[in-house]
Every structure is written in structure tokens, then in C-alpha cells.
Design a protein around this ligand. Structure first.
Ligand code: MLT
Length: 248
């Protein structure tokens, strides 16, 4: 704590879809107690971040570049990305590897979208444009949070999701749909790496995390009992514990 923070790497948290950096408040609070500087960018268009400029083609690289800008002037950081945040972490590793000192990939996927998922992105984009962010988050909620998780976690996910701008959500849907397969990155990854997944994650299930972890030299895998896709919000103590252990 206090004076020890000089030896602590910064930790950058990359949020999931369709939320913003406020989803990390329990982690930031906890790591601050242990002297880790935390950086919590809102991806372009989400939270307090301005919408991406209209001439930009939707791409995860727009997000990875924004995270890289947030890291300017900092020593190499440990990147913590959940779901969309994990997709962005892969692009950061591909484009700005020198900014990264370690990586925590939570409830995410290296593979590209399957064809039926790509089709679903378009349906979700038209849903959000016609009926707003509340309609989309209501549709997603049962997949995001396990039925047995605390109601407060579900309420928080809904609150953050419903607050986002439709244009930001549509941009993210297209960026996710068109993302490249990041699996080859796993084989080459030569940084301390931890995978975290909720036991009941219905979007990016535990088996996929075991397969990803098996490809990364020395990676650890933590399965969080009882949690769904939003592990850090559903089981903050477990998540924080795993994170601190990894950082140490
Ligand atoms: C997320 O939690 O970021 C999304 O579920 C990711 C996705 O839709 O692929």
C-alpha cells in the first residue's frame, strides 16, 4: 500500500458489451486498497466517451486504439478484459503488444462469431435502433447473469446497459460481428495470462476457456462457482481474490 505502489503495474480494465467502465467499480476499489493504479476507459461511445467519429468503419481496432491512448505515459499494464473487453484485449495484444505486461481474459472468446451469431448482431442492432438500449438489455439479461446470482448484480447490469446510446451499441455490434479469429494469438502469447469464467456462463462457457488456456504457455484458469457471464459483478469477492493472486 501507499509507498509500495511504485512497484505495482497499472491495471487497465476493459468493459463488456453493452456496459461501461462503471461495471468495474468493485475491482477498482479493491485494487486501490492494495496500491495498484487502475485505468478504466469507457470504450468510444459508451459511458462518458464520445461516439466514434461517423467516418470510422466499426472495428475492434477503434477500441484497442482508444485503450492504447489511455495507456500513454504509463508503464506496461496488466489488461483485464471481460467478454467484449477480452476481444479488445486481443486486438491490443496484436497492435500494441509493448503496452501490455500481463493479461486477464474473463468470460470471453478468441474465435470469431459463428454465422448465426453474426445474424443475431443485425437483429440486435435493429432492436436497439427501434426500441432503445433498455429493450436490448432486457433481452440479453437472462444470458448475462445466472438465475441464482444476487438481484443487485442483475439490476446493476440492467441499469448500465439501459443507459448506453443506441449508436454506440450498433457500432459495437458491427465491430464484434466483423472481428477476426484471435486463436493464433493464443499460441504466441508469451505473457502472464489468467482466464476467468463463470461456472454458468451461457455466452462463453467454461469449456471454451479450458481450450483457450490449454493453448497459452503457463496460463491459469479460474472457474467462478455460481456466476454467469458477468463474473466480476456476480461474484466480486472471488473475482478480486483471483485478480490479486494473479497480480502478486
Ligand atoms: C459481452 O458481454 O461483451 C457480449 O456478450 C459479447 C458478445 O456479444 O459477443
Amino acid at each position: 500500500m501507499g509507498g509500495m505502489s511504485a512497484s505495482r503495474p497499472p491495471v487497465v480494465f476493459v468493459h463488456s458489451f453493452p456496459l461501461d467502465a462503471r461495471m468495474w467499480s468493485a475491482q477498482v476499489e479493491h485494487l486501490a486498497l492494495h496500491g495498484y493504479p487502475c485505468i478504466t476507459p469507457d470504450l468510444p461511445g459508451f459511458g462518458a466517451a464520445p461516439l466514434p467519429s461517423p467516418d470510422l468503419t466499426p472495428s475492434l481496432d477503434v477500441y484497442a486504439n482508444a485503450v492504447a491512448r489511455a495507456l500513454e505515459g504509463h508503464p506496461p499494464a496488466v489488461v483485464v478484459g471481460l467478454s467484449l473487453g477480452g476481444y479488445v484485449a486481443f486486438r491490443l495484444l496484436a497492435r500494441h503488444p509493448r503496452l501490455v505486461r500481463g493479461v486477464v481474459l474473463a468470460d470471453t472468446r478468441a474465435a470469431a462469431d459463428a454465422p448465426e451469431v453474426k445474424a443475431g448482431r443485425i437483429l440486435n442492432s435493429s432492436l436497439v435502433n427501434r426500441h432503445g438500449a433498455g429493450a436490448l438489455i432486457d433481452k440479453m439479461l437472462p444470458m448475462l447473469v445466472a438465475p441464482t446470482s444476487p438481484q443487485a448484480a442483475r439490476d446493476r447490469v440492467r441499469e448500465l446497459g439501459a443507459a448506453q446510446r443506441p449508436a454506440a451499441i450498433s457500432f459495437a455490434l458491427l465491430a464484434m460481428r466483423d472481428r477476426a479469429d484471435a486463436t493464433p494469438l493464443l499460441d504466441a502469447l508469451d505473457l502472464p495470462t489468467m482466464f476467468v469464467v463463470g461456472e454458468h456462463d451461457a455466452i462463453t462457457p467454461p469449456a471454451e476457456h479450458a481450450a483457450m488456456a490449454a493453448r497459452v504457455k503457463g496460463a491459469t484458469l479460474v472457474e467462478v462457482p455460481g456466476a454467469g457471464h458477468m463474473t466480476n459483478l456476480e461474484a466480486p469477492e472471488r473475482f478480486n481474490q483471483a485478480l490479486l493472486r494473479f497480480l502478486a
